[in-house]
Design a protein around this ligand. Structure first.
Ligand code: NAD
Ligand code: DAU
Length: 341
């Protein structure tokens, strides 16, 4: 099977490529990525010479580039996105452009390439459901929970999500959508909370905790997410949505204490800062559908071991995060969207 993956130079995409090459000897994979600030080919140096892997620098908003790369593909896994909520609050333009319009351009290109009957996976997010309260912890997002996104990021992902659903209903396209909770693991851009906090502490800086620190996220190891996407690709039913989660809910304060403990620091390193605008209070995923229908469940996400391993990866790979943080990959992004981005 020849898979075209969009956004394969990012955090989840680069981990997905390694999983496919390791566990699916009969698959080859083409990585289409435009290399924004968060796309980094250094994430892939260990497999870049694998003959089953190839890289194409290209944009999901560029129909011509897509026509070339999709010509002999058997499946598309669409991960390319602007992914950071705080950036979407600063400037939502790139988010709508890539996450919503880019998905539409890609869906049309896939139809032109004869892909209507072949699998198209849309990697969505649990943020499309909006926010749960802290009042009743029994309530979780199911696939039937109404979409109610609250940030420009999640609204733009919802735009893509709804288009994918529309292409199933209108054209009978062979689409499957996955909606996953917060990922952690190696190669995550150090603007996201776990690598940001670890790298700040390594630099002797405090960790900026938003608001009261009581917001809750459901943490899943990136390898578990990638396994679930592969299960959706191979076994998912067309037109269906599968929630993916770790059953691993933690408040940001619990997460912060865990990181501080692993790194030998105390509460004096916490700096409570102004809350994120529109900050979703709680995400929690009911992943029973993917478990019962596709046989997937997490095996790599249990804390404290998985968190400890991730923290250690950033401690051991200072050179990697110093390079990405210094903006070695920033120039394309600034050229497109200006220094505000
Ligand atoms: P990331 O920011 O690390 O990577 C995004 C990748 O997409 C980068 O390599 C970037 O260069 C590429 N890209 C961006 N715009 C592009 C464009 N116009 N054309 C081609 N490539 C482009 O993001 P991530 O955390 O790896 O997230 C990947 C996907 O998974 C996203 O769709 C995100 O919404 C979704 N997701 C992420 C999480 C999470 O916790 N990180 C959870 C659920 C879903
Ligand atoms: O739920 C899935 C989503 O998870 C993905 O769709 C997004 O692409 C991904 O970025 C992530 O979104 P979050 O906004 O939940 O992740 P982030 O790491 O930015 O923040 C996690 C929590 O930590 C959130 O409640 C905000 C808080 N936070 C974050 C930062 C960057 C802080 O308290 N301080 C910070 O400096």
């Amino acid at each position: 099977m020849h898979i075209v993956l969009t956004g394969g130079a990012g955090f989840i995409g680069s981990n997905f490529i390694k999983l496919v090459l390791r566990d699916r000897p009969d698959c080859r994979i083409t990585n289409l990525d435009v290399l924004t600030y968060s796309g980094n080919l250094e994430n892939l140096t260990d497999i870049e010479n694998d003959e089953r892997y190839s890289f194409v620098k290209g944009d999901v908003r560029d129909p011509e580039a897509l026509d070339k790369v999709l010509a002999d593909a058997d499946a598309v896994v669409h991960m390319a996105a602007e992914s950071h909520v705080d950036r979407s609050i600063m400037d939502s333009g790139p988010f709508v452009d890539t996450n919503t319009r880019g998905t539409q351009v890609l869906l049309d290109a896939w139809r032109r390439a004869g892909g209507n009957d072949k699998r198209f996976i849309y990697v969505s997010t649990d943020e499309v459901y909006g926010s749960l309260s802290l009042e009743n912890l029994e309530i979780k997002f199911t696939e039937k929970t109404p979409l109610d996104p609250s940030s420009p990021y999640s609204a733009s992902k919802t735009g893509g999500d709804l288009l994918v659903s529309a292409y199933f209903h209108t054209f009978g396209m062979n689409v499957v959508t996955t909606r996953c909770s917060n990922n952690f693991g190696p190669y995550q851009f150090p603007e996201k909370v776990i690598p940001l906090f670890v790298t700040n502490l390594m630099d002797g800086k405090k960790v900026p905790l938003y608001g009261d620190g009581k917001n809750v996220r459901d943490w899943l190891h990136v390898d578990d997410h990638c396994e679930a996407v592969l299960a959706a690709l191979e076994k998912g039913t067309a037109g269906q949505v599968y929630n993916i989660g770790g059953n691993n809910e933690r408040s940001n304060l619990e997460l912060t204490h865990a990181i501080l403990g692993l790194m030998g620091h105390g509460d004096e390193m916490i700096e409570y800062v102004e809350d994120r605008l529109g900050h979703d209070r709680r995400y929690a995923i009911d992943a029973s559908k993917i478990k019962s229908e596709l046989g997937w469940e997490p095996s790599r996400s249990a804390w404290p071991e998985a968190l400890e391993e991730t923290v250690k990866w950033y401690v051991d790979n200072r050179q990697w995060w110093e390079r990405v943080r210094s903006g070695a990959y920033q120039s394309y992004y600034e050229q497109q969207y200006g220094s505000k981005a």
